[in-house]
Design a protein around this ligand. Structure first.
Ligand SMILES: [Zn+2]
Length: 135
């Protein structure tokens, strides 16, 4: 179960809307399956259908997380016009079995977030629990 603060969920959705019509992307940092921070990244592809990170920014994100004693536990990206599941291309690129891959779909009236682990190109959904804001 991936735990995400509601405030982080809102920031992911804000970024995804801001970067329309292109896909937005970034990392979620924390430990185990508990997210405590988001690190927005630039979509080097500037594309509505795929994304990639800029290596220098990726390196900076790793360093930034480590400096705070956090791990990069998830990669997120948006699907402006497709469902909240990993595309064939996403599965092809998902090479880290320890990483959680989160997709936010904007194709419905409400944004939908879903998270997955990918082992040998097969994805398994990871349930998300939203935490905060009053408790
Ligand atoms: Zn995708």
């Amino acid at each position: 179960m991936l735990q995400i603060p509601i405030s982080v969920k809102e920031q992911i959705i804000d970024q995804a809307l801001r970067e329309l019509p292109n896909e937005a992307c970034g990392y979620l940092a924390g430990s185990g399956e508990t997210v405590t921070a988001m690190i927005p990244m630039t979509n080097a592809d500037q594309s509505p259908e795929h994304f990639s990170f800029i290596p220098a920014e990726q390196f900076k994100a790793v360093k930034e997380a480590r400096a705070k004693g956090l791990d990069l536990i998830a990669v997120y990206h948006s699907h402006p016009q497709s469902p909240a599941r990993l595309s064939a291309e996403d599965l092809r690129l998902a090479n880290d079995p320890k990483m959680i891959y989160l997709v936010v779909s904007l194709m419905e009236s409400e944004p939908i977030l879903k998270a997955f682990r990918v082992v040998s190109k097969v994805s398994t959904e990871v349930l998300i629990q939203y935490t905060g804001s009053d408790d």
